[in-house]
Ligand binder design. Structure first.
Ligand code: MSP
Length: 530
C-alpha cells in the first residue's frame, strides 16, 4: 500500500421518501469511478453513500401508507442498496441515519456544540398557518392578507423556542477560508454563487423542530427533534466514528478524514459549502478538500418531476442495461453527464450515438481488429517487437509510442484524481484513436500479404495490442467489466497492481502472451424507446 494519504469520497445520503432514479445513480456512479481510479492507483479509499431517513416528509409518507416511519425507511433504504449492486458500485459502507451508531454520535456532536455555545436556545416569532403547520415569512403573510391560502383561516402570530446554530459567528472565518481555498467549491461558477449569497450576511439557523417527532431527540430537551439537515450532514463524520474519537470505529477509520470530495447536486450546495464547514469549524475538525456540485440530468429537454412523471427511473435504466450493458451506461453517465454548470439532457438518441461512436466504432473496433489480425497472422501470440521507439505515425515529428502513451497515462491519472472524469475517459480513448489511426495509415492487413513485410506487421500489431491494453487499464474505473474482458483476452488483468502508472506503463504486454479475439461492444440497431 502506498504511503499517500487515504482517500475519502462521499455522495449525499438519499431521502427514503423517494424512489431511486438517474439522479441518485449518477452521483453515486461518479464517486464510484473516482474511488476505483484511486484504488487502481494504489491508494486506500473509503467511499461512502447511504440514506437520509428522518424528518417530517418521511413521517407523512409513512402515515399515508399506514406504516411506521421506520418500516418505510427500511423498505426504501433496501431499494437504494439494491441499486448499488445493480450498478456495480463499490462503496465501502452504507450509512443510515436511523442506525444507533449514527444517532448516538449526532447527540455527542450536538452536546459539544451546546457546550461551546455554538448551539443555543432561542425564540422565534412569526405568522403561522395552523392548518398547514408551517410558518410563512412576513412578506408572504402580507401578500396572503394574513389568511391561509389553503383553509382561508386567519394566520396567527405564534412563538416557538428552537435551538439555533450560531452560523452568523462564522461569516469572517468562512470568508477567510474561501479566499485561501479557491478550489473548495467546484465548478468555479458554483463557488461564485455561494460567495454572492455570503454577501447578504449569514443568519443563525434553527437546528431543531417541535412540530414532528420522527428524528433524533435533542439531548436534554426531548420535545425537540434535531432538524433533518443537521442530522444528515453529520453522516460524513459519524461513518468514520468521529463523534467518539475513542471508539473502535474511529480507531479504524478516522485516518480517512477529511474528505477529498463531497460530491453533491447543485440544489444542496449551501448546506455543504456554508453550513457544514461552519459546523466543522465549531467542532475543530479539518475542512473537506472540495465540495463538488454537479448540475442536473433533465429528460428530453424537461426538468424531471413527479407531476410530469418523466423520471428516468429504475425500469427505464434497466432497459438500457438490457440493450447496451451496464458499462455503456456508466460510460454515458461519466462522459456526457452534467458534471459542469450546465444541465445535461438525457435522450435515447444521444445515448445511442455516443455508444456507437465511442464504444462500438472506437474502443471495441480497435480491440477486435487488433486481436483478429493477431490471431490471423501470429496464431494469437504477441510477437517480439521493439515498439517503444516506434513513432505513432509517419507524420514528421510524431512522438514514439512509449512517449505518447506514457504521457496519456499521466494525464488520464491526473484527470481522475482532479475529478475531471469525462476528460479522463477522453484521454484514455485518445490512445485507442492512435491505434485506429496507425491501422488505417499502415494497413497491416495489406502488408501481411507480402511475406517479406512480416516483421513490420509484427511491430505494428504489437504496438496496437499494447495500445489497446493500456487504454483498457485506463478505462477500467469507468467500464470495469468490459475492460476486464478485454484485458483477459489480451492475457492480462489489473488485479493487484500497485499503481496506474506501473500497470499502464508502455511495454507491459510481453512477447509470447496469448491474445484472443474479443468484441466488447456489439452494434445495436436502434435507440431504446421506453
Ligand atoms: N437527503 C438530502 C441530502 C443530504 S446529504 C447530507 C437529499 N436527498 S435526495 O434524495 O433528494 O438526493 C439529492 C441528490 O440526488 C442530489 O444532490 C444529486 O446528487 C442527486 N440528484 C437528484 N436529482 C438529480 C438530477 N435530476 N440529476 C442529477 N442528480 C440529481 O437531498
Amino acid at each position: 500500500m502506498s504511503s499517500r494519504k487515504p482517500a475519502y469520497i462521499t455522495t449525499p445520503i438519499y431521502y427514503v421518501n423517494d424512489r431511486p432514479h438517474i439522479g441518485h445513480a449518477y452521483t453515486t456512479t461518479l464517486c464510484d469511478v473516482w474511488a476505483r481510479a484511486m484504488r487502481l492507483d494504489g491508494r486506500e479509499v473509503f467511499f461512502l453513500t447511504g440514506t437520509d431517513e428522518h424528518g417530517a416528509k418521511v413521517e407523512k409518507s409513512a402515515k399515508e401508507r399506514g406504516v411506521t416511519p421506520q418500516a418505510l425507511a427500511d423498505e426504501n433504504s433496501a431499494e437504494f442498496r439494491q441499486v448499488l449492486a445493480l450498478f456495480g458500485l463499490t462503496n465501502d459502507d452504507f450509512i443510515r441515519t436511523t442506525e444507533a451508531r449514527h444517532e448516538s454520535q449526532v447527540k455527542l456532536f450536538v452536546e459539544r456544540l451546546m457546550k461551546s455555545g455554538d448551539i443555543y436556545l432561542g425564540e422565534f416569532e412569526g405568522w403561522y398557518d395552523e392548518g398547514q403547520e408551517e410558518y410563512v415569512t412576513d412578506t408572504r403573510a402580507k401578500e396572503l392578507e394574513y389568511k391561509s391560502p389553503i383553509s382561508g383561516r386567519p394566520l396567527v402570530r405564534a412563538k416557538e423556542h428552537n435551538y439555533y446554530f450560531k452560523l452568523s459567528a462564522y461569516q469572517g472565518k468562512l470568508e477567510a477560508f474561501f479566499a485561501a481555498n479557491p478550489q473548495f467549491v467546484r465548478p468555479s461558477g458554483r463557488f461564485n454563487e455561494v460567495l454572492g449569497r455570503m454577501r447578504d450576511g449569514l443568519q443563525d439557523v434553527p437546528v431543531t423542530r417541535t412540530n414532528f417527532s420522527w428524528g433524533i431527540a435533542m439531548p436534554g430537551a426531548p420535545e425537540h427533534v434535531i432538524y433533518v439537515w443537521i442530522d444528515a450532514l453529520f453522516n460524513y463524520a459519524t461513518a468514520l466514528g468521529l463523534g467518539d474519537s475513542s471508539s473502535a470505529l474511529a480507531k479504524e477509520r478516522a485516518k480517512f478524514w477529511p474528505p477529498e470530495y463531497h460530491v453533491i447536486g447543485k440544489e444542496i450546495l449551501w448546506f455543504h459549502a456554508v453550513i457544514w464547514p461552519a459546523m466543522l469549524m465549531a467542532l475543530d475538525l479539518p475542512m473537506p478538500k472540495c465540495v463538488y456540485a454537479h448540475s442536473f440530468w433533465i429528460s428530453n429537454g424537461q426538468k424531471m418531476s413527479k407531476s410530469l412523471g418523466n423520471f428516468i427511473d429504475l425500469p427505464t435504466i434497466q432497459s438500457y442495461f438490457d440493450t447496451y450493458g451496464l458499462d455503456a451506461w456508466r460510460w454515458y453517465m461519466t462522459t456526457q453527464g452534467p458534471i459542469g454548470t450546465q444541465d445535461a439532457d438525457f435522450s435515447p438518441k444521444h445515448f445511442h450515438e455516443i455508444y456507437t461512436a465511442n464504444l462500438v466504432n472506437t474502443f471495441a473496433n480497435c480491440a477486435s481488429r487488433t486481436s483478429s489480425m493477431m490471431e490471423k497472422y501470429f496464431a494469437g501470440v504477441m510477437p517480439a517487437a521493439d515498439t517503444a521507439s516506434m513513432p505513432i505515425s509517419a507524420v514528421a515529428g510524431a512522438p514514439t509510442w512509449s512517449v505518447f502513451a506514457n504521457a496519456a497515462v499521466a494525464k488520464t491519472l491526473k484527470h481522475y484524481a482532479d475529478f475531471e472524469l469525462a476528460e479522463a475517459g477522453d484521454c484514455a480513448l485518445s490512445i485507442v484513436r492512435a491505434v485506429d489511426a496507425i491501422i488505417n495509415e499502415t494497413q497491416p492487413f495489406k502488408l501481411a500479404k507480402d511475406p517479406s513485410k512480416i516483421d513490420e506487421v509484427a511491430r505494428i500489431l504489437a504496438a496496437c495490442a499494447e495500445g489497446v491494453r493500456v487504454a483498457a487499464v485506463l478505462l477500467s474505473p469507468i467500464m470495469p467489466n468490459k475492460c476486464a474482458e478485454v484485458l483477459a483476452a489480451y492475457g492480462c488483468s489489473i488485479d493487484g497492481v500497485g499503481s496506474i502508472t506501473d500497470a499502464a506503463h508502455w511495454g507491459g504486454l510481453k512477447a509470447g502472451t496469448r491474445v484472443c479475439k474479443c468484441a466488447p461492444f456489439m452494434r445495436v440497431d436502434a435507440p431504446v424507446i421506453v
